[in-house]
Write a protein that binds this ligand. Structure first.
Ligand code: BEZ
Ligand code: FE
Length: 301
């Protein structure tokens, strides 16, 4: 007993924990856990977390886990609302950094994946309409070119798109929509071009019926994302680009609850009226960087 070190003060616990974890064979796991634990201890000491507050925090973690399932992912939503998902996206995509290196890189800005991407959206012919069934809304034509880092068009790249309906609901949140409505994958042609038809998406509130909604309300924050389309652009030999394109003029561009908007991601939506009918167009190019083509795990099935 005499050689054993036991904690004597709040500050004396951390060195013991770090020592206990120090033999972790996986070097990156060792580094991450040591840093995370150090920050957690510092946070608890700095804010003097009470036993009741600790219990409340544990309950929040249990609640977001239990509220995660087929339709939504409250764990990802929590990371989104804390700005953590956007931070990871910005950190890992140098084009998003506002410095000389980023300017030299012509790569597209990335944005968070969000909780609603589904793997295996149907492959569609160029020009196909992803507004399936009886989806009403302003027609929108979307086109652009996918380039490599040298500005060379990339043929046969995959452009995976998903977005909310004109009433602001993803297909899996809304029984009135067909399975895979407003989702599709398109291949670029020999000139790197993609083209599809859809309807203009509306902005929408992030889900507020779970523990994350309680957190937003406690913080007096609004839940409304600016209208956007999600894209995942991929081709072998290139880093998968996960991004979003936002509707210019949307009131919530500067108060996105998940901090996903950067200036280059505000799209140039044009509206055209002919014979009393209005339709919209969006032209948006994507610039990929070299790297491994690794896809994320789908947040929902
Ligand atoms: C989305 O854009 O689909 C999204 C992102 C973060 C939270 C909720 C929704
Ligand atoms: Fe979205």
């Amino acid at each position: 007993m005499s050689n054993v070190t036991l904690p004597t003060t709040p500050e004396s616990i951390l060195p013991l924990v770090l020592k206990a974890m120090s033999r972790t064979p996986d070097a990156r796991l060792r580094e991450l856990m040591a840093s995370l634990t150090s920050h957690l201890h510092a946070f608890i000491l700095e804010t003097k977390v009470t036993e009741e507050e600790f219990e409340r925090a544990v309950k929040f973690l249990i609640d977001i886990g239990q509220a995660t399932g087929e339709k939504t992912n409250e764990v990802i939503l929590a990371a989104d609302l804390l700005g953590v998902s956007s931070l990871v996206a910005v950190l890992n995509n140098p084009a998003n950094h506002n410095d000389a290196h980023a300017q030299a890189e012509a790569a597209s800005h990335a944005a968070l994946l969000g909780p609603f991407w589904r793997a295996n959206a149907p492959f569609c012919e160029a020009g196909a309409n992803i507004a399936r069934g009886n989806t009403q809304g302003m027609p929108l034509d979307v086109r652009g070119v996918v380039y490599d880092k040298h500005g060379k068009p990339l043929a046969n790249a995959t452009v995976d798109v998903w977005h909310a309906s004109p009433i602001g609901l993803y297909e899996n949140q809304d029984d009135a929509q067909e399975n895979m409505n407003l989702r599709g994958r398109f291949k670029t042609d020999a000139h790197g071009a993609y083209f599809f038809k859809t309807v203009r998406p509306a902005g929408y509130p992030v889900p507020t019926n779970g523990p994350c909604g309680d957190l937003l309300r406690a913080q007096l924050r609004h839940p409304n994302r600016p209208a956007h389309l999600h894209f995942m652009v991929s081709t072998p030999g290139h880093k998968v680009l996960i991004t979003q394109v936002f509707a210019d003029g949307d009131d919530n561009l500067t108060s996105d609850p998940v901090f996903g908007v950067t200036a280059p991601l505000v799209g140039d939506f044009q509206e055209h009226t002919a014979n009393g009918k209005t339709h919209a167009t969006l032209t948006h190019d994507f610039h990929l960087t070299e790297g491994e083509m690794t896809f994320p795990h789908p947040p929902i099935p």
